[in-house]
Design a protein around this ligand. Sequence first.
Ligand SMILES: [Zn+2]
Length: 216
Amino acid sequence: MPPIFDGSPSHVPLPRLDHVVPARAPWSGIVRQGETLRLVDSFGQQAVDTLFYRADDFGERYSAQDTLRAQGAAYLGTGTKLLSNEGRVMLTITADSCGRHDTSAGACSCESNTARFGEETRYLHSCRENFLLEVSRQGMSKRDIVPNINFFMNVPIDPAGDLVIADGLSEPGGTVEMVAAMDVLCVISNCPQVNNPCNGFDPTPIRVQIFPPEGL
Ligand SMILES: [Zn+2]
C-alpha cells in the first residue's frame, strides 16, 4: 500500500529532530556529518549562543579566531566555514536570512552582566551557566568553554573599532542553516539576557531542526 499522502511536498525532507528550546534554556545534541542544522529565530531578535565540539574528541572544538582569520571578515554568513582549533572545517553555513552573526562578543556571564548592569543583576541567569550545565553532562568543565558564536546577534564595529551591542536585526522566523563536515556536538544557550538589546530585552523560544543528508 502506498504511504498516506499528508499534503507535504515529497521532495522536502522531514527533520530527524525538530525541537523548541524554551526561552533562556540550554540545549545540546549531535549533528552527524552531512546533516543540516537549522536554527530558527521563531520570534525574532533572539541571540543564540552556540559552541561546537568534534563528537568523538571534544579537544577539537570551534575556534572563532581561526574562523575569522581564514575568512578575513568580522561576521559569519552564507559561505562561512566554521573552523576548529585544528584548522579543519566543522560546518559550512549554507543559508542565512539574517546576514549578520557575531563571533567576537562572547557569551554573557554573571561577571560581565554585573560589570555592565550593576551588582543587583548578579543573580540573573547567563549563557555561561547554560553552557556549563550542558558541557558538564558530557564530562567537560569551565576550561572547555571557548569563544562562541552568537547566531542572530547584532554586534556592529563602530568607526573607533569598538564593539557595540545593538538591536537585533533578525526577523521572526529567521533561519540560519549549516551542513556538518564531521560529527559534531552542538551546545546552545538560548540567551537569557534581559538587560541589553541583543534579545530585544525579552528572551523568546527558538527552534532547532536537524535534516538528513541531501539525497537520503
Ligand atoms: Zn547570553
